[in-house]
Design a protein around this ligand. Structure first.
Ligand code: FAD
Length: 569
């Protein structure tokens, strides 16, 4: 009898793939794993890749929240020579498990973690091949397994058969397009579209969005025209180059609110006191009708118990799921965004120094994952109500940014270089002769370029970047509908044997997990899918004989391949 063994493809090598690999090495037993990465540098993931990420762009997650792979992020940072840390403005002396560091350093951490996992895998009998610069351009399920079409530079590639495929493909962004010469581009589709390469003119620029990605885009623009230095009195000073005097940046969003600074809180989260697992299960057990109202009642009780004097509760009427967001944002909307940011920053830094928690903010943070898990059970009406109100509150709360990012905003404001524009619900942004015209909220702006930094929305079956898989799923009936997925993220594909293809990629899951994001989300997806793959291997049959396994194409990972360097720099 031919000996058969699991022959697994992992497409993408970002954090999700790394947490998945960690699980497979620990649990799957001897098998073959091939990692396909389209970029030239495996293991760093999209937001942490030095090819697309400026060294000044900050992660909004600190070591305390990053699930360790081979070691904690903090211990990895502490092992780095100070000369490397200096490149990123990080001081070994002040490092703690709550220090926010540039995202490129997280890329270095994950890259090293990949190398460690590969070595560990060998010891556990897992043969791992890494194909960098290899994009999976299509996949075709058939009864024997899944055929992968690969594009790797100019070298023609034979299709490769795998018996399990995990699509850890993360984010997809529009292709590169530069703002400036030689091909001027005035509506830039994302901050990752060649923005780092320079060429943003010293002229009025617009950025759509006000979140962490918008601050990234802003930093990428202003660092082309000047620099930040420490202010001896605290905070930062921005100095514009004399030749860049025409630069001005307008941050634009519907409500014109800036994000708040990350706030101190105990981690891991203290369990909720009122919105307990038992109370939530009882609320869900009563059925879908009225589910949002029942959950909101639990949330409000939790919120009130945390701080009966919380500002949101000061309004005359009792908040409802439909009015809570209005109460929450009211004072901030009425204030000048930079005054609010300065005051919030002072409070956040004082609380951080004193290890003091704003209890009502912490209550919102602790329950957002409960709403995330249950969102898929809401009926269409509850979903629409949640999206219009409470969802914005939870996102605002967990998407707080590193205090240093607020210092940068304030320094730019003091230099007279930035504004915030609330566009309102009806606005127009269109190419106009020689620039971009923006009309919104009775304001008219003429800008040289606008960078869209609003982040990626939910993706559906029709957005899958694999024509063969789209055809196998018959997406024609449900264009725009979500990818059909099981609870453990297996693609329910009639053409494939069950237990063969998984999709742990956040943009494709947002329709049922609205708050799935960040590195903890990657770790959760990696664990869930890893367990499902191990279960499917145990159930057999293991499809592909060991002999013909991808011999010609797979490049075994060895010391000559990736075991040197940290991958960053
Ligand atoms: C700009 C930005 C900043 C962020 N900052 C933070 C942060 O500070 N903290 C935080 O916790 N979270 C942050 N996130 C959330 C982020 O989604 C996760 O932290 C993480 O990067 C997601 O990991 P992933 O592995 O799922 O996807 P990705 O990181 O997107 O990695 C996917 C990988 O798959 C590869 N790939 C895709 N398609 C193919 C293909 N067909 N063939 C071969 N390879 C392919 C890509 O090249 C990439 O390397 C940020 C997200 C964005 C967009």
């Amino acid at each position: 009898m031919t000996r058969v063994i699991g022959n697994i493809a992992i497409v993408g090598t970002g954090p999700t793939a790394i947490y998945l690999l960690q699980h497979l090495i620990a649990e799957a037993g001897p098998c073959f794993i091939t990692l396909y990465e389209r970029s030239g540098l495996a293991g760093v993931g999209m937001p942490y890749n030095p090819e697309t990420t400026h060294a000044a762009m900050l992660a909004n997650i600190a070591s305390i929240e990053v699930p360790p792979v081979a070691e904690t992020l903090l211990s990895w940072l502490q092992r780095q020579p100070q000369v490397i840390l200096d490149l990123y403005g990080v001081s070994a002396e002040t490092l703690s498990d709550r220090t926010f560091v540039p995202r490129v350093l997280l890329g270095g951490y994950f890259r090293d973690a990949l190398e460690t996992l590969v070595a560990r895998g060998r010891e556990a009998g897992v043969q791992i091949a890494l194909r960098e610069g290899s994009e999976v351009v299509d996949l075709r399920p058939d009864p024997d397994g899944i055929w992968l079409e690969i594009a790797a530079g100019d070298v023609p590639q034979q299709p490769i058969l795998h018996d399990r495929v995990i699509l850890a493909i993360g984010h997809s962004w529009p292709q590169a397009a530069r703002v400036g010469t030689p091909a001027p581009r005035r509506l830039v589709p994302s901050p990752w579209s060649g923005l780092l390469e320079g060429g943003v003119p010293a002229a009025p620029i617009g950025i759509l969005g006000t979140s962490l990605s918008a601050i990234d885009a802003l930093v990428a623009v202003v660092l082309q025209h000047g620099s930040f230095t420490d202010d001896p009195g605290g905070g930062l000073v921005y100095t514009l180059l004399p030749e860049s005097r025409g630069l001005h940046v307008t941050l634009m969003s519907r409500n014109g609110l800036l994000p708040e600074a990350d706030f101190y809180c105990p981690l891991p989260y203290d369990p909720p006191k009122v919105m307990t697992a038992h109370a939530v299960a009882a609320a869900v057990g009563e059925g879908n009708a009225g589910l949002l109202d029942r959950l909101f009642a639990l949330f409000l009780a939790e919120f009130r118990a945390a701080d009966p004097a919380a500002p949101v509760l000061g309004a005359a009427d009792e908040p409802t799921p439909d009015t809570f967001a209005d109460h929450y944002f009211a004072a901030r909307k009425a204030a000048d965004p930079f005054d609010w940011a300065a005051q919030d920053l002072r409070e956040a830094e004082a609380n951080q120094a004193a290890c003091r928690t704003v209890a009502w903010k912490y209550a919102i943070l602790r329950v957002h994952e409960i709403f995330d898990a249950i969102y898929g059970d809401f009926d269409a009406g509850d979903r629409a109500r949640f999206d219009a109100g409470l969802k914005r509150v939870f996102i605002d709360n967990y998407a707080a940014v590193p205090p240093h990012s607020i210092h940068r905003l304030l320094a730019l404001r003091r230099a007279g270089l930035i504004d915030v524009l609330a566009l309102g619900e009806d606005y127009e942004i269109a190419e106009a002769r020689g620039g971009i015209a923006v009309n919104g909220n009775n304001e008219r702006l003429r800008l040289a370029a606008v960078i869209d930094a609003r982040g990626q929305g939910a993706q559906g079956a029709a957005d899958l970047p694999f024509a063969g898989l789209r055809a196998a799923l018959d997406t024609s009936d449900e264009r725009g509908g979500p990818v059909p997925l099981s609870g453990d993220l297996e693609i329910l594909c009639p053409a494939a044997t069950p237990g063969r293809i998984w999709l742990p990629a956040a943009p494709f899951l947002l329709h049922r997990r609205p708050f799935l994001q960040g590195i903890p989300g990657c770790a959760a997806m990696g664990r869930e899918v890893g367990a499902a793959v191990v279960a499917s291997l145990a159930a057999g049959p293991r499809g592909v004989p060991a002999g013909p396994y991808d011999k010609a194409a797979a490049v075994p990972v060895g010391s000559d391949r990736i075991a040197s360097g940290t991958g960053h720099g």
